[in-house]
Design a protein around this ligand. Structure first.
Ligand code: C5P
Length: 226
């Protein structure tokens, strides 16, 4: 069976990573959560004080980029987790604080260039499912299957709110909704690699469907191309 590249893009909290992970498991493909990479760079920038509510020192971040090493390693359950300079930061990158600063960080062309290069290396020559914002448009424009996921902002914010609350975060639904809307705005309006549907992507809206039904639809689309 030939191995294909599957690109899954879309707005925040549309369930991209859930579907992408399931597909990769089912097809025995590599799964790459490109958002985790932007989040890890953001965590680094926050820890170094390059970005805060008051300031964003882009030059300092760009200069520090060669010192940022990112990789995914599988945990004992086979789930890929992200490492920043050899530290497992999987939990640290999922906070609302990182979510608040990640979109400005993702506007920086030097950051994008570094991460796209890594993403190419991770997906090269093998079956890969990668999810993000620019996978079908910039990272793998020749992907055999491109999916663009969407859902209403309220449904997406509610899903993310439940996820964060279950992990013990002290936040309100309104804070999460604001964050989802703000990230979508920055992601769709930035100059470098804005979030948009590739012309040959298949759009899937899951405002009213559950992730399980959606998984089977996308799996069938993948099988049709293998
Ligand atoms: O997918 P996730 O919500 O974790 O992504 C976090 C943020 O990283 C996005 O809101 C976006 O700003 C950025 N991102 C990006 N390009 C990608 C993946 C994520 O700009 N391919």
């Amino acid at each position: 069976m030939r191995k294909i590249t599957i690109a899954i893009d879309g707005y925040s909290s549309t369930g991209k990573s859930t579907v992408a992970r399931q597909l990769a498991d089912w097809l025995d493909y590599v799964y790459v959560d490109s958002g985790a990479m932007y989040r890890a760079v953001t965590l680094y920038a926050l820890r170094k004080g390059f970005i805060s509510e008051e300031k964003f020192d882009r030059n300092a971040l760009v200069e520090a980029l060669p010192g940022i090493a990112l990789e995914f390693r599988k945990n004992k359950n086979g789930k890929a987790e992200i490492y920043l300079n050899n530290e497992n930061v999987e939990e640290h990158i999922r906070t609302l604080e990182v979510s608040e600063f990640v979109s400005p960080i993702a506007t920086v062309p030097e950051v994008r260039r570094k991460l796209v290069k890594l993403q190419h290396a991770m997906g090269e020559g093998k079956g890969v499912v990668m999810d993000g914002r620019d996978i079908g448009t910039v990272v793998f424009p020749n992907a055999e299957l491109k999916i663009f996921m969407n859902a209403s902002a309220e449904v997406r914010a509610n899903r993310r709110y439940i996820e964060l609350r279950d992990r013990g975060a002290d936040i309100s639904y309104e804070e999460v909704l604001d964050n989802v809307n703000e990230r979508d705005h920055i992601d769709t309006h930035r100059e470098d690699s804005p979030l948009r549907k590739a012309t040959d992507a298949i759009e899937i809206d899951n405002t009213e469907t559950n992730i399980e039904d959606q998984f089977h639809t996308i799996l069938q689309l993948a099988k049709d191309r293998i």
